[in-house]
Design a protein around this ligand. Structure first.
Ligand code: FAE
Length: 513
């Protein structure tokens, strides 16, 4: 594994600095942007509200485990948070100290949006599933993008840059760690559904060595949503490490951008709050930048742009800013297997199989067969379904609170539930099983009040031009998941990365040449 980017020298921004390029956020969009700018010789500053995850905590490891989460698990909250919120209907959140932890469950009135916080953004907490979208659906959602170019050039480039690899099929078939996936595959096939293997950025060779007892366990040690202490090619080890190696990258952590507006003269003035590890504001800085790249994620970028427009800092932004948000149709659910169909004591945290029913117009669903690693046999068959839910929300500035709300009602999840139900009712009927109703609340079959996959809010070729520029403000760009219209039919980070590759190639060759 290469050294993490965060190990490279960093110079925090000071009040009054002027920089050629400032990138807000260090997830997929931000990491690609930083790499391509620094390779083009442009000194680049990333501003990231989370911390750098490059130093061991009190127990000698960098990241918190999943079964007994500690202060590092949760972003500025007094209790831990995870999508499986209950067992036997009883809440399993635990009290914790308020800390700039790695996973944020950001609440809006109708939905909670999980996001990663720290250098590497979502790559620090996600399941690493690296899925290139189906071409016909990509062409449907982004018709203004040349799909030949995407599938011949930018998707392969993204997959290489991210370090995507495939599980050894022979090992998969024999290891106890994927019994849950084989069980899920069997029950899907019994009902006539097809499944496909899903590539990942977790190093499967490392995982095999974990299973053999040769290296410390991470995926096989119950680690994922609060970070992996080993094995995972998160962005700090790929794109950001490469950007740091150019010598042109600086990363300012624990700084949250709050305002962007035209500077007197040229460029933009960027206001940011420096926070301590308990989230207290300890300084406010204003920095000038010739160019600003919004890479704060679908929620972060949309909130910033919507509030800058409403508050008159960037009044000429188009009215489409804030529109087209979707949850990628996320619905989580679990089935209760019979005792004759165990899912295993030992479960890898990294999913490798999906049930692919996307092309069925009555129930378009791509459902990853997910683990429920607990160290005991639970007979729980878990799934994260991506459905073709057409519902969309929008971000709106609320003048009475001075904050940005997301208009998304719980009822907007219903089409997704109906689609997931069509698939899993059939499987349950065939297997003689039922839904677990105790994991997402009390008597609740579906985990529909949260999403892992926020997308949209500043759509490509609508709020921006066809390459993510905000034409009303030359030098401002959007480069992250907010460009993607609400649903991409698969897990989203490969698409976000490939689009950023495409857009940055264009921007560097035209605007920065
Ligand atoms: P993102 O990675 O969220 O990066 C945005 C960064 O900006 C974050 O580091 C923020 O802390 C930072 N930021 C936000 N606001 C500010 C501000 N005002 N000032 C400074 N910094 C700021 O955005 N996707 C997959 O494809 N496969 C998976 O297996 C998968 N599993 C997931 C599991 C979990 C638990 C979660 C939460 C997500 C998962 N995802 C998965 C989604 C994926 O991580 C997500 O789509 C991308 O991370 C989004 O990339 P962006 O660059 O848009």
């Amino acid at each position: 594994m290469p050294a993490a980017a965060s190990a490279s020298p960093r110079r925090a921004l000071s009040d009054g600095d002027r920089v050629p390029a400032l990138v807000i956020g260090s997830g997929y969009g931000g990491a690609v942007t930083a790499l391509r700018l620094t390779q083009a010789g442009i000194p680049t500053q990333i501003v990231e509200m989370g911390r750098s995850w490059d130093a061991p905590g009190r127990d000698g490891t960098t990241f918190s485990g999943m079964l007994i989460p500690d202060y590092r698990s949760t972003w500025l909250s007094d209790q831990t948070d995870q999508p499986v919120s209950n067992i036997m209907g009883i809440g399993i959140k635990m009290p914790t100290e308020r800390y700039v932890g790695i996973l944020d469950g950001e609440r809006f009135s109708g939905i909670k949006v999980y996001q990663g916080r720290g250098v590497g953004g979502g790559s620090l907490v996600n399941g690493g599933m690296a899925v290139t979208p189906k071409r016909h659906f990509f062409e449907e959602i982004l018709p203004s993008v040349d799909s030949d170019e995407m599938y011949d050039k930018y998707f392969p480039r993204a997959n290489t840059g991210l370090g995507v690899n495939h599980i050894d099929k022979e090992w998969f078939e024999s290891t106890p760690w994927y019994q849950f996936a084989r069980s899920g595959r069997n029950s899907a096939h019994d009902s006539g559904f097809s499944t496909s293997f899903v590539p990942n950025v977790y190093d499967f060779e490392y995982m095999k060595r974990e299973a053999a007892g040769e290296v410390p366990k991470s995926a096989l040690g119950g680690e994922v949503i609060y970070g992996n202490n080993a094995g995972k090619n998160s962005l700090d080890k790929t794109y950001l490490a490469q950007a740091a190696a150019t010598g042109n990258l600086s990363i300012t952590t624990l700084h949250r951008v709050t305002k962007v507006e035209p500077a007197s003269g040229t460029g933009y003035s960027v206001t940011m709050e420096q926070i301590d590890e308990q989230g207290n504001i300890i300084a406010t800085k204003v920095v000038a930048a010739d160019r600003v790249f919004f890479a704060a994620g679908s929620v972060g970028t949309s909130k910033l742009l919507v509030s800058m427009k409403a508050q008159g800092n960037l009044p000429n932004l188009p009215s489409q800013v804030g529109e087209g948000w979707g949850n990628n149709g996320n619905i989580m659910l679990a089935r209760a297997n019979h005792m004759s169909d165990p899912t295993g004591f030992n479960q890898s945290t990294i999913p490798t199989l999906g049930i692919d029913n996307w092309d069925d117009p009555t129930a378009p669903v791509f459902a990853e067969i997910a683990p429920m690693p607990s160290g005991i046999e639970t007979f729980i068959a878990m799934y994260l379904a991506i459905t073709k839910n057409p519902e969309r929300g929008r971000f709106l500035f609320n003048p009475s609170t001075g904050k940005v709300d997301l208009s998304w009602a719980v009822s907007q999840n219903q089409p997704g539930i109906d689609m997931a139900r069509a698939v899993f009712d059939k499987i349950n009927k065939k297997e003689g099983t039922g839904y677990r109703t105790d994991l997402f609340g009390l008597h609740k079959e579906f985990g529909d009040e949260f999403t892992y996959h926020p997308l949209g809010g500043c759509l490509l070729n609508s709020a921006t031009d066809n390459f993510g520029r905000l034409p009303e403000y030359p030098g401002l760009y959007v480069v992250d998941g907010s460009l993607v219209p609400g649903n991409v039919g698969v897990n989203p980070f490969v698409t976000i990365t490939a689009l950023a590759e495409r857009n940055m190639e264009k921007i560097i060759s035209t605007d920065l040449a």
